[in-house]
Design a binder for this molecule. Structure first.
Ligand code: ATP
Length: 588
């Protein structure tokens, strides 16, 4: 398959401002793709070479990428760098210089194929150790020499880990359903397969080669992370008891990092909430799972929490952040020790537990663990009335937890991979007062700063995620809470997500000065949620022609690096927070 076909399609996707057109272009591309390279095309389309959980570093340093462009176009590094300062996108810079070169030399080379581009990028990603820099440079410069200017743009963006197309997993699933599943309805089946495998390429390959029936048979497998189940939230014991009327278990909600551990014999792999491989970060957790999970093959979920080893007291989440590093892991492990609190079992020795009710999963988990001070299951109890729930909640808070997770024990209480539903309800201390809970919002636009903030951004346009429509809806404009350091850093962080017009998956009535692909998530706190005629979040659901907005938003300082844009707070959650606020207002 010619790489130019892909590049043409990417260009069309980049040009569109409509979500459905984006899907149409993607459908056309997938239909054109030969079955044996469908996974590759799916990964490339998201600017990747493999699914996220594969621990191979695809991207290269900017300096090296610059050298490759310079070598391929025969211009000095300084010239390239100067242009890059203007465009902020090495893809665009490479395209420009290559266009000039092609005009000047007019020589023809054999066209690039997708197979050749993928193969070279794969070899680049896998070369490591001494001499690998030179190899990478030679590979990349070679590719660029054979590329058209347009192809070069996308090749550079892939190696910079920065496609700017913003094609989400759900968009790909929609397109696959239309192209190969017989229509939009097939998306549910494809989504379940994706939820248990976290591998869009694999789902694509199976549906293209074996059809939808084979996709239905997708199974959980050790080594392939399962997309996490997520919780809704409620603000009072009464509401929780009412909602979970077929019975539930309340568990301490620990304030740490979620880990999904896959064990196969002695081999243990750990995945983060975003399903990235974090095994190297937690050698202590690996050891604990090896020694204390008594099953040959298992998938368990746990919260890793920083602790004081002398008192066994739990420490706040911020302590654990010191563990997020590449170097000095052994020292950090000693300085910031952890305990594991296991809270779910998804697979054990040949049995898929995701389709079993919660109590079955819970009991099996209790059976296969040898408990110690450092490995426990989440403290839990079955609750029947408000008093018990309240006193268990107080106990959780006293013990340094955030609150409770209330989990349905009803018949349908399966593990809903990748979904946020009412089977799990989080109940935190903050919900007891008016909008004091934070929300996680996506930066989709920015406004230029003035006065003290001239030259950087003055405020950001933030959005929630609407999973039904797979779009981002604006909810607030936020310029408060950013330190000088944030304001210096943010243009750097956001630069690589800059796009020329509003992204096709963004619905906004406001015109920002700068637009971004939806990628970066920040935590925001506000005073209250109000009805708004200018924001599109939950538009028409509470009042006709109005959406919801956050009043007096403030950045908390927390960049939610563990969340992708699609993990941001949803329009529905905001709607529920608004209703809760109304109820409280009426009560007082
Ligand atoms: P979410 O994961 O729901 O998108 P979030 O990352 O902002 O949101 P919270 O809303 O605070 O986190 O709560 C959910 C998280 O609580 C889980 O992802 C998990 O990391 C953590 N957690 C702690 N204790 C438990 C428990 N007993 N059962 C399930 N999750 C727990």
């Amino acid at each position: 398959m010619w790489f130019s076909l892909i590049a043409d399609c990417y260009e069309k996707i980049e040009a569109t401002t409509k979500r459905f057109e984006m899907t149409d272009h993607l459908v056309a591309l997938l239909k054109l793709t030969p079955p044996d390279i469908i996974e590759k095309v799916v990964y490339l389309t998201q600017g990747k070479l493999y699914p996220d959980f594969i621990d191979v570093q695809t991207g290269i340093a900017e300096k090296l990428a610059l050298q490759a462009v310079s070598k391929a176009v025969g211009k000095s590094g300084r010239e390239i760098e100067e242009d890059l300062a203007k465009t902020g996108d090495l893809g665009e810079t490479a395209q420009k210089f290559l266009a000039k070169k092609t005009q000047a030399t007019l020589f023809k080379v054999a066209p690039l194929t997708v197979e050749a581009v993928y193969g070279t990028l794969d070899r680049m990603a896998r070369s490591s150790g001494t001499g690998s820099m030179t190899k990478k440079l030679t590979f990349l410069a070679g590719l660029l020499t054979s590329a058209t200017p347009k192809e070069a743009k996308y090749i550079m963006r892939i190696v910079m880990g920065n496609m700017r197309l913003g094609i989400a997993d759900m968009t790909v699933l929609d397109a696959l359903a239309i192209a190969y599943g017989g229509g939009g309805e097939a998306r549910v089946t494809l989504e379940r397969a994706y939820n248990v495998s976290s591998d869009l390429g694999k789902v694509a390959k199976v549906v293209v080669e074996k059809g939808l029936k084979a996709v239905e048979k997708f199974e959980v497998s050790v080594g392939n992370p399962i997309r996490p189940m997520m919780a809704e939230r409620l603000g009072s014991s009464e509401e929780i008891l009412e909602k979970l009327d077929s019975g539930f278990m309340a568990e301490f909600k620990y304030d740490g990092e979620r880990i999904q551990a896959h064990k196969q014999g002695r081999k243990v792999t750990l995945f983060s909430r975003r399903l990235e491989n974090i095994t190297d970060q937690y050698p202590d957790a690996v050891g604990l799972i090896q020694r204390h999970v008594n099953a040959e093959k298992a998938i368990v979920e746990a919260e890793a929490v920083a602790i004081d080893v002398d008192t066994n007291e739990l420490k706040p989440f911020q302590e654990l952040m010191h563990r997020r590093r590449k170097y000095g892991i052994k020292e950090a492990m000693k300085e910031y020790p952890i305990s594991l609190f296991l809270f779910d079992l998804l697979y054990a020795d040949g049995d898929d537990y995701t389709l079993k009710p919660y109590l079955v999963r819970h009991m099996k988990l209790e059976q296969i663990i040898t408990k110690t001070d450092r490995v426990k299951t989440a403290e839990s109890t079955i609750v029947y009335n408000i008093e018990d729930l309240e006193s268990f909640f107080e106990k959780a808070v006293e013990n340094g937890c955030e609150g409770l997770m209330c989990k349905s024990t009803g018949k349908g209480s399966v593990y809903q991979a990748g979904a946020r539903g009412w089977m799990w309800i989080k109940y935190k201390r903050e919900y007891k007062s008016e909008m004091t809970d934070t929300v996680d919002l996506v930066i989709i636009g920015a406004f230029h700063g003035r006065g003290k903030r001239a030259g950087t951004y003055g405020a950001f346009l933030l959005a929630t995620y609407n999973p039904e429509k797979d779009i981002f809806e604006t909810i607030t404009k936020c310029g408060t809470g950013f330190t000088d350091e944030d304001l210096r850093k943010l243009p750097e962080i956001m630069n690589k997500h800059k796009i020329v017009h509003k992204h096709a998956r963004v619905k906004s009535m406001l015109e920002a000065n700068v637009w971004f692909e939806p990628a970066v998530v920040i935590e925001v706190m506000g005073a209250e949620i109000t009805i708004s005629p200018v924001h599109t979040c939950a538009m028409d659901t509470i009042r006709k022609d109005s959406g919801l907005a956050i009043r007096f938003p403030r950045f908390t300082g927390n960049y939610r690096l563990d969340k992708s844009a699609e993990n941001a707070t949803t329009d529905r959650e905001i709607g529920e927070m608004y209703q809760r606020q109304l109820r409280k207002l009426k009560e007082s």
